[in-house]
Design a protein around this ligand. Structure first.
Ligand code: ADE
Ligand code: ZN
Length: 324
């Protein structure tokens, strides 16, 4: 099984580029940009990565992102992730970035997007990894702030396939972002949103009915609502599930209690993804292996996760056919 999973061609659909910042690169960038970190060394950073919930993770994640200052930093971050993709046989990836985390600190939109897209282009040319970029709005900030971010992104519209919604789910339901998602859809962006990670199944309904999302990021709490599970099975609206993340952030107490294989067997278009691999202890292959080992999935089922991800991707029909 392990050899089968390692070489299985994979598609990643839920990955925050800021969440790929490994402690080693964090120190390198802190040194380069003369930023004082609240840690003495790499081991101390790793020891700090014990989380009680989403919020306790987000605090360290936003703190870590402060070392990202220049276009070169965003390039180096993205290039390091793509090299990991190559090792894991990831052939296509759709990555999130959180511009507000950086523009609020005075970093230009230009530096962020040029650094990321230059690395993605090199990934296509040198590693044969195709990719799309999705811009996320931070849900703990106002809708007005998201609208201004959408405006800032317009000159780069060709480089961004869709918009998403991330950060603290509790207290910030999808309806808060109704207008900005409507504007984004009118401009031609595809839409996704984190929903049903820590928040209730009603956030998944609202993501579908109010934000008209093409995919649900996480969505594991759909299991609390039988009619929603039936709708997801029937429509095959995809869920981008992140197993190691869910255990680290205590959405499930252990991997053995995760529902990803159960949802697969119920006919949902569930996929396996790494979310913030530098913080949660594993990239794509690690997530696939953890699921296979803890949940007794067959090779056929593990391959189905990868097929689902091709189906759920924002590639066109011809590109999907090439990967199948
Ligand atoms: N930002 C980065 N990772 C996230 C997650 N798992 N949920 C919400 N926001 C995030
Ligand atoms: Zn996420």
């Amino acid at each position: 099984m392990d050899g089968f999973i390692k070489t299985l061609p994979k598609v990643e659909l839920h990955l925050h580029i800021e969440g790929t910042l490994e402690p080693e690169l964090m120190f390198e960038l802190a040194l380069r940009n003369k930023i004082q970190l609240p840690y003495q060394n790499v081991e101390q950073v790793r020891q700090a990565y014990e989380f009680d919930d989403l919020q306790s993770f987000l605090e360290l994640y936003y703190q870590g992102a402060q070392v990202l200052q220049t276009e070169r930093d965003f390039y180096d971050l993205t290039w390091a992730y793509l090299q990991r993709c190559k090792m894991d046989h990831v052939v296509h990836t759709e990555i999130f970035f959180d511009p507000q985390t950086h523009t609020a600190r005075g970093i230009s939109f230009d530096s962020i997007i040029n650094g990321i897209t230059r690395a993605l282009q090199h990934g296509r040319e040198q590693l044969e990894i195709s990719s799309h970029l999705i811009m996320c709005f931070l849900r703990h900030l106002s809708e007005q702030d998201a609208i201004e971010t959408l405006q800032q992104a317009l000159p780069y519209k060709d480089q961004i396939i869709g918009v998403g919604l991330d950060s603290s789910e509790q207290g910030h339901p999808p309806a808060k972002f109704r207008h900005v998602f409507e504007q984004a859809r009118e401009l031609g962006f595809l839409t996704v949103a984190h929903a049903g990670e820590e928040g209730p199944a009603s956030n998944i309904w609202d993501g579908i009915n109010i934000l008209h999302i093409a995919r649900i990021d996480h969505g594991v709490r759909c299991a609390e609502d039988g009619s929603l599970v039936r709708l997801l099975a029937k429509t095959r609206i995809p869920l981008t599930v992140c197993p190691l993340s869910n255990v680290k952030l205590k959405v499930f107490p252990t991997m053995a209690e995760h529902n990803v294989v159960k949802l697969l067997r119920e006919g949902l278009c569930v996929t396996i993804n790494s979310d913030d691999p530098a913080y949660f202890g594993g990239y794509m292959t690690d997530n696939y292996l953890a699921v296979a080992h803890a949940l007794n999935a067959s090779k056929l089922e593990m391959a189905q996760f990868s097929k689902n991800a091709i189906e759920a991707s924002f590639l066109d029909a011809r590109q999907k056919a090439e990967l199948q």
